[in-house]
Write a protein that binds this ligand. Sequence first.
Ligand SMILES: *[C@@H]1O[C@H](CO)[C@@H](O)[C@H](O)[C@H]1NC(C)=O
Ligand SMILES: *[C@@H]1O[C@H](CO)[C@@H](O)[C@H](O)[C@H]1NC(C)=O
Ligand SMILES: *[C@@H]1O[C@H](CO)[C@@H](O)[C@H](O)[C@H]1NC(C)=O
Ligand SMILES: *[C@@H]1O[C@H](CO)[C@@H](O)[C@H](O)[C@H]1NC(C)=O
Ligand SMILES: *[C@@H]1O[C@H](CO)[C@@H](O)[C@H](O)[C@H]1NC(C)=O
Ligand SMILES: *[C@@H]1O[C@H](CO)[C@@H](O)[C@H](O)[C@H]1NC(C)=O
Ligand SMILES: *[C@@H]1O[C@H](CO)[C@@H](O)[C@H](O)[C@H]1NC(C)=O
Length: 680
Amino acid sequence: MSHTLSLNLHNIVFLVIGLTVVKLTLLGLGFLTLVKATKLRTFTVDNQRNIFLKDGQPFRYISGSLHYFRVPNMYWKDRMKKMKAAGLNSLQTYVEWSSHEPEPGMYNFSGELDLVKFLKTAQEVGLLVIFRPGPYICAERDMGGLPYWLMREKMDIKLRTNDPTYMKFVKKWFSTLLPIINPFLYKNGGPIVTIQVENEYGQVGICDFEYMTSLRDVLHDYLGKDVILFKTDIPHVGAYKCDNIDGVLVTADFGSGTNVKKAFETIRLFRKSGPLVVTEYYPGWMGHWGEPQANVSTKMICDTLDDILSANASVNFYMFHGGTNFGFKNGANMKYAPQPTSYDYTAPISEAGDPTPRYISISKIISKYVPLPGPLPKPAPKLSIGPLTLNWISSLLDAIPFLKGPDIVYSKYPKTFEELSQAYGFMVYSTVVTFITTDPAVLNVPGLHDRGYIFVEKKFMGVLSRSERICSLPLQVKQDQILTILVENQGRINSGNILDSKGLVSNVTLGSTILTNWLIQPLPLNNTDAIRSLQLSESSDLKNALSYSTSWPQVPGFFSVNFTLPKSLKAMDTFLDPTGWRKGVVFLNGFNLGRYWPVMGPQVTLYVPGSLLHLYPNNNTLTVLELEHAPCFPCNSIYKCSISSLPSCSIKFVKIPILNGPTPYLSLNEKLHKGQYVYH
Ligand SMILES: *[C@@H]1O[C@H](CO)[C@@H](O)[C@H](O)[C@H]1NC(C)=O
Ligand SMILES: *[C@@H]1O[C@H](CO)[C@@H](O)[C@H](O)[C@H]1NC(C)=O
Ligand SMILES: *[C@@H]1O[C@H](CO)[C@@H](O)[C@H](O)[C@H]1NC(C)=O
Ligand SMILES: *[C@@H]1O[C@H](CO)[C@@H](O)[C@H](O)[C@H]1NC(C)=O
Ligand SMILES: *[C@@H]1O[C@H](CO)[C@@H](O)[C@H](O)[C@H]1NC(C)=O
Ligand SMILES: *[C@@H]1O[C@H](CO)[C@@H](O)[C@H](O)[C@H]1NC(C)=O
Ligand SMILES: *[C@@H]1O[C@H](CO)[C@@H](O)[C@H](O)[C@H]1NC(C)=O
């Protein structure tokens, strides 16, 4: 107590001699009211001069998107400082509802989801905040950031409309979120200057004006009628018509090569005056598994940026630093095309937080308009480790009881993830074939969301894939044999029709018979302790439970290794290189680094933040769930080996990421070149 008191007195002395506002936060007593009393903070729109006014002075923002939920919180400040060094005065973030409210009424604003810390850090660094609370955010995230359980609460819920069930949950969520961020509005002493209503709502074509109006009114109710609200779409008359409501700024989303003058004229058709704003200007582009990495010309990015800045418009780079879809949170586009783990976005700051050549070029353009604050940052050193030889632990199907997931369910017909209250991961569906089959018989799984591994009596028979539109295969299976389908949820669709439930979403047939009486084993793979302790020591329960009659390693299966970093090594970032492995998920000390799939590319390596590594003398545990093929020689009567030495079953951490590996699909340019692309 006395210590706290002396600390407070110390700060009060500082206060008296007039130290900065930031120091006042240490006092923990009504600092926001103090700020208000000492200085009038206003952020407004000047409709005569078509500009923002910050504290009465003309202002335009040059901002960059940075999503707190894609960057480890120990790096938030670092990334923000690097943004500032490029000449930015603001950042923009979405809020991901599905992460903050994983189940109805269960809220999480801590650790990597500490939004308040993120906002405070922005203010400390000296960046204003463009705030995008959704509720729908797209963002190439699972279900566009909406919680999966909305589909459980009402199977045919009309998302992004005035559907009463949807709006009930939106209002409840906003009643939690908005009071938390209210103190961080600019007028209240914080960094938030503008707030978005929904996200690219006009271009999806739903056009529910009541919905947009209700969202606007909820924002006004909690934040005040004097806050600046905005909406954004591609600059297209049809899109702007479709979310045309009063009292919000009209802004635009576009990439390099756009005719900026024309885009702003389109805005002016709907908003006669006020500042011109580009809410998403693309200095890079998103990726999909199997598609070549985007290759946007830096020169074009810089030229169009120059056009925007010379028009006195405000602009936000989407993304300035993309980050990573750790865990299973990536989204997918409609055809079905899931997005990879990396969200590097070929953005100016790389996935690992390093400035790229694009960063330098962009900051040069910005410096024509505003002075840069200081020297440009340098890339941080990286670590290489290994190769490490992995031990085979168990086949996935045998490991299920040790993963300590939710209880097994029996059901006549298959049930979806949502029906079973499972957000992400895998689900194992098994049934006994009760009739005499033809030889072969076609297994048909039309409702496969999204990838299915087929087994008969635990023997692997083939893969089905929603993205490749392969949903049936010929099978040799006899009466009384067990048929198993391991289903991977590869990420919910994030734009367009986002009602995308997972698992087996319709009946499965073998020949002409509907298969019934399923045993369903949920596999969310979210019990980090259980995954970390999957070990095959001499005494382990797992070993006792395994039968050694078959050759191994078997996939899908778990592999793991313990390793200790060299003495005196500091925490540094690195990249896991799974070359030789085929498709799976990696856990470092229980943390889900995400999916790897080097045979599809273009992403090969997985980003590993140094913050996840345990330093000497502590042990690190790396656990790999490989679904398809491990690079080890099989142990059998010819290759005799022991559990602790699987030849060539290794993996390494490298210093240089590979995000542009070879892919099976062609790029748009190649398609045009080969005449495989048809104009509509
Ligand atoms: C909240 O989210 C963080 C992710 O940063 C996670 O580590 C933590 O376990 C979550 N807390 C609860 C209570 O679920
Ligand atoms: C990217 O495009 C440029 C031309 O704009 C070309 O020179 C370069 O080879 C391309 N890179 C890749 C990896 O395709
Ligand atoms: C931009 O602002 C400057 C300074 O206020 C002004 O002189 C100039 O005419 C403006 N340019 C445009 C295109 O509005
Ligand atoms: C793991 O997922 C299951 C099913 O989705 C859920 O019930 C459970 O709360 C999750 N556990 C954690 C620690 O997130
Ligand atoms: C599966 O088939 C049964 C019997 O025809 C039917 O009642 C049920 O609705 C079907 N389930 C799905 C998800 O199509
Ligand atoms: C690996 O380390 C974990 C603790 O981090 C420990 O529980 C486990 O027994 C170790 N496994 C081996 C094979 O040494
Ligand atoms: C780390 O694990 C290795 C075996 O994997 C073991 O020999 C060593 O004692 C462990 N070190 C610590 C500090 O637990």
